[in-house]
Ligand binder design. Structure first.
Ligand SMILES: [Zn+2]
Length: 341
């Protein structure tokens, strides 16, 4: 009887010991202590089969509202406070490696599908133009959001101060040829294609004082084989679009808002083509941006990893054309000095 009781006690003690060892080695608590905290994987981009987005990289996420608990580390770009607490904002910034001339916009280039559901890229062509471009800039600033501008070279020489406002507001600036020539026209020569592209970039650079991004949009979305080959060789990213607002033929602002919202709701995401040159677009933009926000859409800003290297002969030719006198290259501080004030 005593032996039996002792055996039972021993069994209980053994069982307790085994349970304790199991608990400390394989219980969730042991796992928690031994491994790093679990992370939630980010939702991957929706892609078509066989596509890759190796040329696109998210570099920073910018909150629409200034955060009270801002991190001390420097952000990817100077961040100005957004006065609008309900702004559309910028949900993420992607940096593009333009090596080899990647193409964007599903209307013509289907390789790179980097936008996730409900993500849009805002793009504006044909500026800079008095009245309309500043109105577009104001609408974007009111929503603390960013876009890509594809200015026409000639327009940049007419209104360089407006293009500098675009740059100062932190938007991405590419190019859209010198004179809006159709680069897929039957009679256009390879030399004319090169001239249109290079002179366009040199004009934008002259207006800005710094080189633009190696981003290019074909006038009328006409991408001829010679132009594509040339831009690839010059490491320029080529832009078509996912959805065309057809704002240039809209009768009023409402029509533009409806066209864009109908198309984006159908596609779910995309690069939107608009024109800051157009009056109705400038009028439509405040409402359109509000509708995008209400629809749950998020704006992605595209930036280039490098700047466009213009060709000196085109820079020089443009200066000559414009009859801008080049009288020395001394910095202003060595020529003009304040001696009394
Ligand atoms: Zn255009």
């Amino acid at each position: 009887m005593r032996n039996a009781l002792g055996l039972m006690l021993a069994s209980v003690v053994t069982a307790v010991l085994i349970t304790a060892v199991w608990f400390w080695t394989s219980s969730p608590r042991a796992e928690l202590a031994a491994s790093p905290p679990a992370t939630v994987a980010a939702k991957p981009a929706e892609r078509l089969a066989g596509t890759a987005a190796a040329d696109v990289e998210t570099t920073a996420a910018i909150a629409a509202q200034p955060s009270a608990a801002a991190t001390p580390s420097a952000p990817a770009q100077p961040k100005t406070a957004c006065a609008n607490p309900d702004a559309l904002g910028v949900s993420r910034v992607v940096e593009i490696d333009t090596t080899g001339g990647p193409g964007f916009g599903f209307e013509h280039f289907k390789q790179l599908d980097f936008l996730t559901d409900k993500e849009v890229v805002l793009t504006f062509d044909d500026g800079p133009w008095p009245g309309n471009t500043p109105a577009v800039l104001k609408a974007l600033a009111d929503e603390c959001t960013k876009a890509i501008f594809f200015p026409i070279g000639k327009h940049a020489t007419y209104h360089p101060e407006i293009l500098r406002q675009v740059a100062a507001a932190g938007h991405t600036i590419g190019a859209h040829t010198w004179s809006h020539a159709n680069l897929n026209a039957k009679k256009i020569t390879d030399q004319q294609v090169k001239d249109e592209i290079e002179k366009g970039y040199s004009a934008v650079k002259l207006a800005l004082g710094t080189a633009p991004s190696p981003f290019f949009r074909f006038p009328e979305l006409q991408h001829g084989p010679a132009a594509v080959a040339y831009l690839q060789q010059r490491n320029v990213a080529m832009f078509s679009c996912d959805l065309d607002s057809f704002d240039f033929r809209a009768k009023n602002a409402d029509q533009i808002v409806n066209t864009v919202m109908t198309k984006v709701d159908k596609l779910g995401k995309g690069i939107i083509l608009m024109h800051d040159f157009q009056k109705h677009t400038a009028e439509a933009l405040p409402t359109l941006l509000r509708r995008l926000k209400a629809g749950g859409y998020k704006v992605v800003q595209m930036k280039a990893r490098t700047s466009y290297q213009t060709l000196p002969e085109y820079d020089d030719a443009l200066l000559k054309d414009m009859k801008v006198p080049v009288a020395g290259t001394r910095p202003v501080g060595s020529v003009v000095q304040t001696v009394s004030q």
